[in-house]
Design a protein around this ligand. Structure first.
Ligand code: AMP
Length: 193
């Protein structure tokens, strides 16, 4: 059976690091909706142009745009064996992707939520120092960071409620080093495989 995973968490929680490790271990395609959108911007497409204003302000890009780039990517991998990082940001996105997978007779295997406190993220950012932060990203301003946190806070409650009720939600304490977090996620994946 295919393994179709999602990983979400607040901005700066380390979800991309975990997504890469999981993709490597289980031979999955790692998809980041943020990266797909940044690729569109870099390629100078119409999608990219439209998305840039939202991204730079730390706002959510409208669903239709996100789905256009995401579904195009999912098609190339037959809608299976992936980990999508940074998606769903809103309950509606989660419901729509569930629908897409169902239509393709593919399972929605697990949504992993990496919880990290705002204090921990702030401490990590301070430790990293501005010079080590991702220079390819134009949305590392304090305003955009605060806005992303707000959107996360607003979205997570309904996402958690819904996917918990479906039994496809796994919450992991991300206020720890990379390895123990990864081990906990692997233990959970092994249970559903
Ligand atoms: P990320 O790389 O996950 O931090 O995402 C960077 C930015 O891309 C976000 O702040 C949003 O503007 C946009 N973005 C990424 N994923 C989504 C999504 N699922 N829905 C809406 N906007 C998104």
């Amino acid at each position: 059976m295919s393994l179709n995973l999602f990983i979400i968490g607040p901005s700066g929680c380390g979800k991309s690091t975990q997504a890469k490790l999981i993709a490597e271990k289980y031979n999955l395609t790692h998809i980041s909706t943020g990266q797909l959108l940044r690729d569109e911007i870099a390629a100078g497409t119409g999608f990219g142009l439209e998305a840039k204003a939202y991204i730079d302000q730390g706002k959510l890009v409208p669903d239709d745009l996100v789905f256009d780039v995401l579904v195009a990517k999912l098609k190339t991998i037959d809608y299976q064996n992936f980990i999508i990082d940074g998606f769903p940001r809103l309950l509606n996105q989660g419901k729509i992707v569930e629908y897409y997978l169902k239509k393709q007779s593919k399972p929605f295997s697990l949504l992993i939520h990496l919880t990290v406190t705002f204090e921990e993220i702030t401490a990590r950012r301070a430790k990293m120092g501005v010079e080590f932060q991702d220079k390819d990203r134009s949305d590392n301003t304090p305003e955009a960071i605060a806005s992303r946190q707000q959107f996360y806070d607003d979205g997570i409650i309904s996402i958690r409620d819904y996917f918990e009720s479906k039994g496809t939600f796994f919450e992991v304490d991300g206020n720890r080093p990379v390895e123990p977090i990864f081990e906990d996620i692997v233990t959970q994946i092994e249970k559903i495989k």
